[in-house]
Design a protein around this ligand. Structure first.
Ligand SMILES: *[C@@H]1O[C@H](CO)[C@@H](O)[C@H](O)[C@H]1NC(C)=O
Ligand SMILES: *[C@@H]1O[C@H](CO)[C@@H](O)[C@H](O)[C@H]1NC(C)=O
Ligand SMILES: *[C@@H]1O[C@H](CO)[C@@H](O)[C@H](O)[C@H]1NC(C)=O
Ligand SMILES: *[C@@H]1O[C@H](CO)[C@@H](O)[C@H](O)[C@H]1NC(C)=O
Length: 166
C-alpha cells in the first residue's frame, strides 16, 4: 500500500470513529417568585447603554420534554453578561449542562456563545466547547429557541445539541 493510500485509509478510519450525538432537551426556567431559577444584577447606565455590564445567573431545570412533569435530567447552570454597547438584548453566555439522571448522569457539557434576545425568534446558535465524563473532548454546536408561550413566571426553551467526541 502506498503511503498516500495508507494516509487516506487512516483518515477514513478516524472519520468513522467520530460519531455525532444529537441531544434533544428542554430548559425550564422560572424567572419570578419563590422558586425562581434566575437572578440578575443591573449595572448603572453607561454612555448610551442602560444595561451594559449587567450580569445574571441561571440554574434552570433540564428536562426530556416540554412538559414540567417530564423526566428530569439535570440543570442548565449559566452566567449571562450584557456585553454589547449598542444592543441591550444581546448577552454573552456561558452555560453548563449538568446531567444528574439518564444515560449522561455525571457528565457535563459546556455551551458558550452570544444570545440576542431580540433576534426575532430565530434559533440561537452556540458552540459546544467541551465537556466532562461521557462528553470529554466534546465539540459541536447547539440550537435553542423559545418553546410555546411563556407564562407570567416561566418560560421553556427547546434545545438541540449536536456533539462529536474525538
Ligand atoms: C415552590 O416549589 C415548592 C416545591 O415544589 C412548591 O410547593 C411551591 O408551591 C412553589 N412556590 C411557588 C411560588 O411556585
Ligand atoms: C451615543 O449616541 C449618540 C447620539 O445618538 C451617538 O452620536 C454616539 O455615537 C453614541 N455613542 C456610542 C458609544 O454608541
Ligand atoms: C447519578 O449518579 C450519581 C453518582 O454516581 C448517583 O449517586 C445517582 O444515584 C445517579 N442518579 C440516577 C438517577 O441514576
Ligand atoms: C400570573 O401568575 C399568577 C400566579 O400563578 C396567577 O394567579 C395570575 O393569574 C397570572 N397572571 C397572568 C396574567 O397570567
Amino acid at each position: 500500500m502506498s503511503l498516500c493510500l495508507l494516509a487516506f485509509f487512516l483518515a477514513a478510519v478516524t472519520e468513522a470513529a467520530a460519531t455525532t450525538t444529537h441531544l434533544h432537551l428542554y430548559i425550564h426556567e422560572t424567572f419570578m417568585g419563590a422558586n425562581a431559577t434566575t437572578a440578575s444584577l443591573n449595572a448603572g447606565a453607561i454612555g448610551n447603554s442602560s444595561s451594559f455590564g449587567s450580569v445574571g445567573a441561571v440554574d434552570d431545570e433540564l428536562r426530556e420534554g416540554s412538559d414540567a412533569a417530564s423526566r428530569y435530567l439535570g440543570r442548565a447552570e449559566g452566567l449571562l453578561v450584557q456585553a454589547d454597547l449598542r444592543n441591550p438584548s444581546a448577552l454573552c453566555t456561558i452555560l453548563n449542562l449538568v446531567f444528574t439522571d439518564g444515560v449522561y448522569n455525571g457528565s457535563t457539557l459546556v455551551v458558550d456563545g452570544r444570545v440576542d434576545g431580540g433576534g426575532g425568534g430565530a434559533a440561537v446558535e452556540r458552540a459546544v466547547v467541551g465537556g466532562t465524563g461521557r462528553f470529554r473532548r466534546a465539540r459541536g454546536y447547539s440550537l435553542m429557541s423559545k418553546f410555546g408561550n411563556p407564562t407570567n413566571s416561566t418560560v421553556v426553551f427547546e434545545m438541540d445539541v449536536y456533539v462529536t467526541m474525538d
